[in-house]
Design a protein around this ligand. Structure first.
Ligand SMILES: NC(=O)c1ccc[n+]([C@@H]2O[C@H](COP(=O)([O-])OP(=O)(O)OC[C@H]3O[C@@H](n4cnc5c(N)ncnc54)[C@H](OP(=O)(O)O)[C@@H]3O)[C@@H](O)[C@H]2O)c1
Length: 311
């Protein structure tokens, strides 16, 4: 099968699209013929081993895994021994948070892992929405109906998902985006949209139960005056001088998304996709052969929502 393979950490040019053996499903696993996947900031950060301590999970000197890609959507192609509930030909999507592997024509995934049927009417390329939404959910799931939140950077994969998930929780959402994304944020359901290029969002006043920095471009110090007493600041990135990690260690009011229960989340997302209460926001799409270009684009930090790869 064709796959985008790397065996050393570094820039996108470390990836090469080459032929590798098709994996055999182990007992309890599905083999999926991948039709669509994504290139995410998790993929680009893992390829570069950034931050350095991430190597504790992926290999200190050389990467333990050789194929990136956390999202997949495709058809079940073979069943390992003992699999029930799925048949060859079923359309499925999911997440590969532990071992990646989506940037390949085939991938094996446990039938009880983060995989679920794709709802009818949702195309393969519309189903690769898990990664950003999973990160976002670990912050937005703490919201209760009637609470207010501000999503800073509501135009990336995490931010576009965070707006929709926060609305689904019944929260009042203020989205902060740049000029080119004002319409998008309103379409996603934000109650109020603030243009960070024209307005100082930190002057909105202490009205929020949650402020989420979904793009790593602000800080607790800039945002703390936006919070009601007891309000929480959550950020996807380390923050200036790792402040989000350091403050998070001593205060419950600062946190970083730490998603868990990927299987449960993928099933929940399937329900939302089917019901039309969640939809991915898609930017460019690349062929697998052009995956180096896709990585370069994602690394610009300028994508809108999700970048997909067609297989
Ligand atoms: N380390 C990891 O494994 C990991 C994994 C996943 C995500 N993350 C972090 O999560 C963050 C979000 O990732 P993502 O994939 O959702 O999105 P992303 O690709 O980082 O989002 C880019 C979006 O942010 C907007 N943006 C750029 N500068 C901005 C600013 N100063 N203020 C507000 N918006 C700005 C861009 O539009 P405009 O420029 O037009 O505003 C663009 O639409 C990233 O910072 C990433 O580092 C880290």
């Amino acid at each position: 099968m064709k796959a985008a393979v790397f065996d050393r950490y570094g820039p996108p040019e470390r990836l090469s699209v080459t032929r590798v053996p098709i994996p055999e499903p182990k007992p309890g696993e599905l083999r999926v013929r991948v039709r669509a996947t994504t290139v995410t900031r998790t993929d680009t950060a893992t390829l570069r081993a950034h931050p350095f301590f991430a190597r504790a999970m992926t290999g200190w000197v050389r990467p333990r895994m050789h194929i990136l890609g956390m999202d997949f959507a495709g058809e079940v192609d073979a069943l390992g021994a003992g699999v029930t509930g799925y048949a060859v030909g079923d359309r499925v999507f999911g997440l590969l948070p532990d071992h990646f592997g989506g940037h390949a024509e085939f991938v094996c995934v446990g039938a009880q892992a983060a995989v679920a049927p794709i709802p009818d009417k949702i195309a393969f390329h519309e189903a690769v929405v898990g990664e950003g939404a999973w990160y976002a959910s670990s912050t937005t799931d703490g919201l209760r109906s009637g609470q207010s939140c501000l999503i800073y950077g509501a135009s990336g994969a995490i931010g576009t998902a965070a707006v929709q998930l926060a609305k689904a929780q019944g929260a009042e959402v203020t989205a902060v985006v740049g000029t080119r994304h004002l319409d998008l944020a309103a379409r996603l359901g934000a109650d109020r949209v603030v243009n960070y290029e024209a307005e100082d969002f930190t002057a909105l006043g202490p009205t929020f139960d949650l402020v989420m920095d979904a793009v790593g471009h602000t800080s607790w110090f800039a945002c703390r005056r936006l919070l009601k007493p007891g309000g929480v600041f959550s950020a996807t990135d380390l923050g200036p001088f790792w402040s989000n990690i350091l403050l998070g260690a001593v205060s419950r009011r600062v946190g970083t998304p730490y998603p868990n229960d990927a299987p449960g989340f993928v099933w929940r997302l399937a329900g939302m996709l089917g019901a039309g209460t969640f939809a991915g926001v898609f930017d460019r799409s690349y062929a697998l052969e052009d995956i180096v270009e896709a990585f370069r684009y994602v690394e610009t930090g300028q994508k809108t929502g999700i970048v997909t790869i067609r297989m």
